[in-house]
Design a protein around this ligand. Structure first.
Ligand code: KIV
Length: 299
């Protein structure tokens, strides 16, 4: 695999050249490093972190500072993937100026290479202004989680022909405003195909069918770690949730039985005597122990 850094223009070019774009969400450095190593093209610090990290019922309370905090962790650990941040609810809708300030903060302090915002025709001016300021923008149309109350819940959009026309017009408006890619969420597959064939930027689907130019899933969903909600479009590529529960049960049992830690996981006893120094030899310190900080058998 070519491990050159993936950029917004490189993703835009994939509309013509392929291959399809594989995008996942990430919220911390450890997960970002693993997903990057696995070859994900794009890591999105989604405002879904409100639900899967913070345990909230929706994404609305997530703040700009929280997105930037998680962005720094993800950017630090990512070598190849393109790192995108979700603009939180009310960090851009209020005005074009507010959108510029918020997106600017995300690039300056969040480590992001692009921002994603939700909305269609009404947000085209915002997208144009951000792009003019040199900030790559990923759009997001169809089911808009930040409009959960206006939509009456997390509901599939564009089922009726008139509504499908609106979602198509939204996607066109965002593409025409200069976005380099667009997420299509929660729409029928045939509409996903129609939009993909009608616009010149890559479409990245989540519950939008197989014709899109790429796909995105929330990392905890595709790893089988978020069982409380399993929409139809989610596929578990692993069952880490069940494995974590089993591993925890084993750990609890071994701690209670006294079989963990064994000698293999314990530091040796203090040497009885220091090595002689009279030959002029200096005491030799061993290499630092692996782990998250200096660990030593020395007192
Ligand atoms: O917040 C998020 O994770 C998203 C993706 C699901 C597209 O917007």
């Amino acid at each position: 695999m070519n491990d050159a850094k993936i950029t917004a223009p490189a993703l835009l070019a994939r509309k013509k050249s392929g291959p399809k774009i594989a995008m996942l969400t990430a919220y911390d450095a450890t997960m970002a490093r693993l997903l990057d190593e696995g070859g994900a093209d794009v890591l999105l610090v989604g405002d879904s972190l409100g639900m899967v990290v913070q345990g909230l019922p929706n994404t609305l309370p997530v703040t700009l500072d929280e997105i930037c905090y998680h962005g720094r962790a993800v950017a630090r650990a990512t070598r190849r993937a393109h790192v995108v941040g979700d603009m939180p609810f009310m960090s851009y809708q209020v005005s074009v100026e507010r959108a510029l300030e918020s997106a600017g903060q995300m690039l300056k302090t969040g480590g992001f290479e692009a921002v994603k915002l939700e909305g269609g025709q009404a947000l085209a001016g915002h997208v144009r202004a951000l792009v003019s300021a040199g900030i790559p923008v990923m759009g997001h149309v169809g089911l808009l989680p930040q409009s959960v109350h206006a939509m009456g819940g997390f509901r599939v959009q564009g089922k009726a022909e008139a509504d499908a026309g609106r979602v198509l017009a939204d996607a066109r408006a965002i593409a025409d405003a200069g976005a380099y890619a667009i997420v299509l969420e929660g729409i029928p597959s045939d509409l996903g195909q129609r939009i993909t064939e009608s616009i010149s930027i890559p479409t990245i689907g989540i519950g939008a069918g197989p014709a899109c130019d790429g796909q995105v899933l929330v990392c905890y969903d595709f790893l089988g770690m978020y069982p409380s909600l399993k929409p139809k479009f989610v596929k578990h590529f692993a069952e880490l949730g069940a494995q974590i529960v089993t591993a925890t049960q084993s750990y609890v049992a071994e701690v209670r039985a006294g079989s963990f830690p064994s000698a293999a996981h314990s530091f040796g006893a203090q040497p009885k005597k220091d090595p002689p120094l009279e030959t002029g030899a200096k005491p030799v310190l061993g290499p630092p122990a692996p782990g998250y900080g200096p660990a030593s058998e020395e007192p």
